[in-house]
Design a protein around this ligand. Structure first.
Ligand code: GLU
Length: 466
């Protein structure tokens, strides 16, 4: 198998979101298919104004949390400036790039003509390259790539197949700005080449860049990498996935109590299905084994938060869900206090409630109720007289339970209902309400277990004593 070198190359201009994580995930998976392949991480910080260290930290922490670990050190694009400039110089020498001194007005005018479709070619500057004075200047110019106007360019893409563009459609984009700083368009190619990246997998919004960047490879006589352009993810309303659709940043999802397994499962099924299995749940190891990028759909996929909730609930209910819950609590200031106070109670809450929750943060309010030392029954509720007539007897009975576990509690409740010929809701509903101030929730024997004997009886006594 060929040694594949993939990479994830985010710009640190924002937090890592679901779309970026999907790109990283697919690059990671492809690199893990063979032991000799590599997955690199490069921070593309050529946009000095918008790039921030906090975003770099967010991106690396998100990737680490997802378990998408990269090989070797992180490459930082801004540290390789002189190498990028060296390549631009070589392109100038080869006459594959040229110096351009066009004024902003001239460029704006040219762009307007292009926009209005008066000039079919997208080239911005056609004159500077033929002016020897301009070409022999030492400063005050930008460097543009001399992209041809004639002919077509065909790119083979693993997902999209062969895609052709007329060279007229490609602009003579800038390699070095007026201050001689390199643009993303130049840096990305130089860095990928120098790293030996031979498989570029990225969002299909970069497709047009691929055509443009192709000419840098070609003019430098460098090997052209293999490409796969992944269709973008949309929200359920069909627009590009964004904050408007819900939490889309990976660490926000983590803090809300989504598990990485659920996020990865959901992301990989966007445009791909695991034909080996009927079930939709699949974990990273199996994904690495079965995923084929060529089977990825060409059209954009819809991200559904309901689906994410479904997967999250599935992974929370798995055997190791409890460890994830404990880990989540340890990283939450308030929940960590409760955890230190009574770990068994916390575990009981999780085990009893996990089937009904979508994400771990859903347990926040529930946990608070169980740990509330100043718990007060909501007085506004009126309970039935039928309940009033049996309550004291029930309270005495449970006071006598020696073994405070679910089975013995359940037996006492069942016998009580039978002996008094009452239906469960007559007892169960109000008791649940008195204990947790809600008619919704788990069975009352489960609530008894979580609260423990003392708290259960103390809470119920509040009703008796009022
Ligand atoms: N830095 C680019 C971005 O964040 C990605 C470059 C690439 O993948 O080639 O959009």
């Amino acid at each position: 198998m060929t040694m594949l070198k993939t990479r994830f190359a985010p710009s640190p201009t924002g937090n890592l979101h679901l779309g970026g994580a999907r790109t990283a995930l697919i690059n990671y998976i492809i690199s893990k298919k063979s032991a000799s392949s590599k997955f690199y991480l490069r921070i593309e910080d050529t946009d000095h104004e918008r790039s921030k260290q906090e975003y770099t930290d967010n991106i690396t922490n998100s990737l680490k949390w997802l378990g998408l670990n990269w090989d070797e050190d992180i490459q930082v694009q801004s540290k390789r400036l002189s190498r990028h400039q060296e390549v631009a110089k070589e392109l100038l020498q080869k006459k594959r790039a040229f110096k351009c001194v066009c004024s902003e007005e001239k460029i704006a005018h040219q762009r307007k003509i292009i926009r209005e479709n008066k000039n079919y070619s997208k080239k911005i500057c056609t004159e500077c390259k033929n002016d020897n004075d301009i070409q022999s200047r030492d400063e005050g110019f930008v460097v543009r790539l001399d992209v041809p106007d004639e002919g077509n360019l065909k790119i083979k893409d693993t997902i999209q197949g062969d895609v052709t563009v007329a060279n007229l459609e490609l602009d003579d984009f800038i390699l070095l700005r007026k201050d001689q700083s390199p643009t993303y368009m130049l840096s990305v190619v130089v860095d990928d080449h120098d790293l030996g990246v031979n498989y570029i997998i990225r969002g299909d919004d970069h497709f047009i860049n691929t055509f443009r960047q192709y000419y840098i490879y070609k003019f430098m006589n460098w090997d052209i990498p293999q490409y796969a352009h992944i269709p973008l993810i949309h929200g359920e309303d069909g627009t590009k996935l964004s904050k408007r659709h819900g939490a889309v940043n990976i660490l926000d999802l983590k803090n809300n109590g989504y598990l990485k397994e659920a996020i990865i499962n959901n992301l990989i099924l966007l445009g791909w299905s695991n034909n080996q299995e009927k079930s939709e749940t699949i974990e990273l190891e199996e994904i690495i084994e079965n995923f084929e990028i060529s089977n990825l759909s060409k059209s954009s996929s819809i991200f559904s938060f309901d689906k994410l909730d479904f997967f999250n609930n599935f992974y929370l209910r798995k055997e190791n869900g409890i460890e994830k819950f404990i880990n989540f609590c340890e990283n939450d200031v308030e929940l960590n206090i409760y955890l230190k106070k009574d770990e068994t109670k916390m575990k009981n809450v999780f085990n009893i409630y996990k089937k009904d929750i979508k994400k771990l943060s859903d347990l926040h309010d529930t946990i608070k109720v169980y740990f509330d030392e100043n718990y007060k029954i909501n007085k506004t509720e009126k309970l039935t007289s039928e309940f009033g007539s049996i309550f004291n007897e029930f309270l005495n009975l449970i006071g006598e339970i020696k073994d405070w576990n679910r089975d013995s509690i359940q037996n006492v409740i069942n016998d009580f209902l039978k002996n008094n010929k009452i239906k469960f809701p007559v007892l169960g509903k109000p008791i649940r309400f008195l204990l947790i101030n809600s008619y919704q929730g788990p069975s009352i024997s489960d609530i008894f277990v979580i609260l423990g004997k003392k708290d259960t009886i103390d809470r119920l006594k509040q009703y008796r004593d009022n």
